[in-house]
Design a protein around this ligand. Sequence first.
Ligand code: G3H
Ligand code: 13P
Ligand code: NA
Ligand code: ZN
Length: 328
Amino acid sequence: ALITLRQLLDHAAENGYGVPAFNINNMEQGLAIMEAAKAVDAPVILQASRGARSYAGDVMLRHMVQALAEMYPDIPVCMHQDHGNNEATCLTAIRHGFTSVMMDGSLEADMKTPASYDYNVDITRRVTESAHWVGASVEGELGVLGSLETGEAGEEDGSGAVGKLTHDQLLTDPDQAVDFVLKTKCDALAIACGTSHGAYKFTRKPTGDILAMSTIEAIHHKLPNTHLVMHGSSSVPQQLQDLINASGGEMPQTYGVPVEEIERGIKMGVRKVNIDTDCRMAMTGQFRKIAQEKPQEFDPRKFLIPAMDEMKTLVRDRFERFGTAGHA
Ligand code: G3H
Ligand code: 13P
Ligand code: NA
Ligand code: ZN
């Protein structure tokens, strides 16, 4: 059954676990996530970016999510808009059956320009008011995602450069977070702590100077009842980098967010953990492997079945390590 983000994260908070939110663009990613959830009895957050909506189409996504919910009747599913850039994106998502939306007002609607605090408060408050009228949840974002090493944003919504960012912008201010939640009434708050989107987050295994878990701790201290969201939370596992590079890939060595840091975050109020890159790498690693090992193969299913299996393994591991398993 479809449920809201608020329902899901309230339960997660009461029981002290976190929920990974996986991006989907197609049937195979949806099936891999639901199969993993069924195997360990975990509730699910599926999220679609604006890019996913234009890739699959709103009607296709709506029916796909309905089909997944029907196929796995015992698994609660929240369908969430990832990085909504304005009211239109958020409200059309709800119209197409999404039970939750992210209004990302940390950037202007072009998703390239850091927004003012007042802009962020105003647009997030307006979206939250509308969404709550019709029973949908809202995630806001305060602080801009990006690297504390370089000041670069990474791939915020895949739409390109944001320009150099200061530490002030890259780390959410705890006092401002209190004011933001009070004024917007958002159901969950995405914070910035040095993670960024995509595979190239850190040039070394991150320590406290470049992955500021202390920022999360400080926010949780002031906002103990707010559901916190970590974006850019792929771990970019070495095993998947090796899988891709062993079969003709050319991904430079890189480091993601260690799963044990996310586990620490969950103890500090992190309830939703956004993961896209790891799932992409799992599938693509198998595409490359099959293409190299069986150059005579041309049935897409022979690529997609191992790709789904690799993604299912990854997803199941996150359900287990975040404590989501057993809570469906
Ligand atoms: O926020 C970024 C997510 O990984 C979605 O990426 O916009 O390429 O679908 P996308
Ligand atoms: P990753 O690129 O680390 O998977 O982050 C995904 C994300 O934050 C989607 O909103
Ligand atoms: Na989101
Ligand atoms: Zn994100």
